[in-house]
Design a protein around this ligand. Structure first.
Ligand code: SF4
Ligand code: SF4
Length: 344
């Protein structure tokens, strides 16, 4: 048993991880990557046995905090009165487990967009009640480029706790006050030692070095300011099919549409994800479309992530997760676009 002293990390034998997850499920709502309908994605789990090997997921965890489709409110007309109903679930602590560090960082980007002049209360309420347990990437994929956009495969920005695979054991390290609080609920585990932390650092260094893509993105915001009419936009969009997969999978993309659905005296207002890569995204009621071409839409995607967002929030809106590269049906690689911009 660990001593009752202030601590920031515990060590788990490999066989203890399922028990830890099952203990968390007894106390909290827990989301983790599972296989569902033939695809790996994040969902609420009832047992540790549902979790995918090594927490792998094709889809990002974005929709746990920012659902694809969400009722903002529903209403019912009664004579001259309107009864509004807030469908938000009761506030309860949710544990989001096993997300890679890049995705945790992505939530810090969405936080900025949803907590500015106009607060997105439904997102912020979920965010406040969620504890994020990240899972370090000991073996980054060939498409990862997180080190070029500000952090690494063991990055701690945005996580409350970080689970690290040390080969023979796991290190679970608290990073935030929320993480400290959760770790105090977990008994029967040993405190991490200096040696454990050193081992973790070595594995983190090796993981970082294994990422071969190194993009030169310093000053990209300033460069893009002068590139709105640059000829590169004439070609880079050509093979894009406009399917929107890149934006739906992207953990930092947060565009949405609002739809009102009415039936008789009842109705609801629904928020659904949208994509700047769709031709209807900016179509106005008058028939005017300020971004009528694939070229304009691709430029918008890149400009938003690397110029407009940094201008507003002082950080890039890309965390280098590589999802848009892995899943694009026509192999359009954002790293190639960034390389073309960097040599301009
Ligand atoms: S996933 Fe590829 S083809 Fe689809 S919109 Fe994005 S860049 Fe275009
Ligand atoms: S690599 Fe692609 S999917 Fe990942 S954060 Fe950047 S733009 Fe989004």
């Amino acid at each position: 048993m660990r001593k009752d002293t202030p601590m920031r990390g515990i060590i788990l034998k490999k066989i203890q991880l399922p028990k830890l997850i099952d203990d968390l499920i007894k106390r909290h709502k827990v989301y983790a990557p599972i296989e569902k309908d033939g695809i790996t994605c994040y969902d609420e789990i009832r047992s540790s046995s549902q979790v995918t090997p090594n927490f792998q997921s094709k889809l990002s965890s974005k929709d746990v905090l920012f659902p694809k489709c969400e009722i903002l409110f529903s209403y019912q007309l009664k004579g001259k009165d309107i009864k509004l109903e807030d469908p938000q679930p009761k506030e309860e602590t949710t544990v989001l487990m096993g997300i890679p560090p890049c995705e945790a960082r992505a939530f810090t980007r969405i936080d900025k967009a949803f907590s500015g002049d106009f607060e997105d209360s439904s997102y912020l309420r979920r965010r406040e009640n969620t504890i994020i347990i990240g899972k370090a990437c000991e073996h980054p994929q060939q498409t990862c480029f997180c080190t070029s956009v500000g952090d690494g495969p063991f990055g701690k920005e945005g996580v409350d706790l970080l689970l690290q695979d040390l080969g023979s054991r796991y290190l679970l390290e608290a990073v935030s006050a929320k993480g400290e609080k959760l770790i105090k609920e977990l008994h029967d585990y040993d405190n991490a030692t200096h040696e454990d932390l050193q081992d973790a650092q070595q594995i983190a260094n090796a993981a970082k070095e294994s990422i071969k893509t190194q993009l030169m993105l310093q000053g990209i915001e300033e460069k893009l300011k002068t590139m709105f009419d640059d000829p590169i936009w004439n070609t880079i969009y050509l093979k894009c099919a406009g399917c929107g997969v890149c934006t739906y999978l992207c953990p930092t993309c947060y565009c949405f549409d609002i739809v009102d659905e009415a039936s008789g005296s009842k109705g609801k207002r629904v928020r659904v994800w949208d994509s700047c890569q769709f031709s209807l995204f900016t179509l106005q009621g008058s028939g005017e479309n300020p971004r009528p071409t694939g070229k304009a839409r691709m430029r918008q995607r890149i400009m938003h992530k690397f110029e407009y967002f940094p201008k507003n929030f002082d950080t890039l809106a890309c965390v280098g997760c590589g999802r848009c590269i892995r899943e694009c049906p026509v192999n359009l690689d954002i790293r190639n676009i960034l390389k073309m911009i960097s040599i301009k």
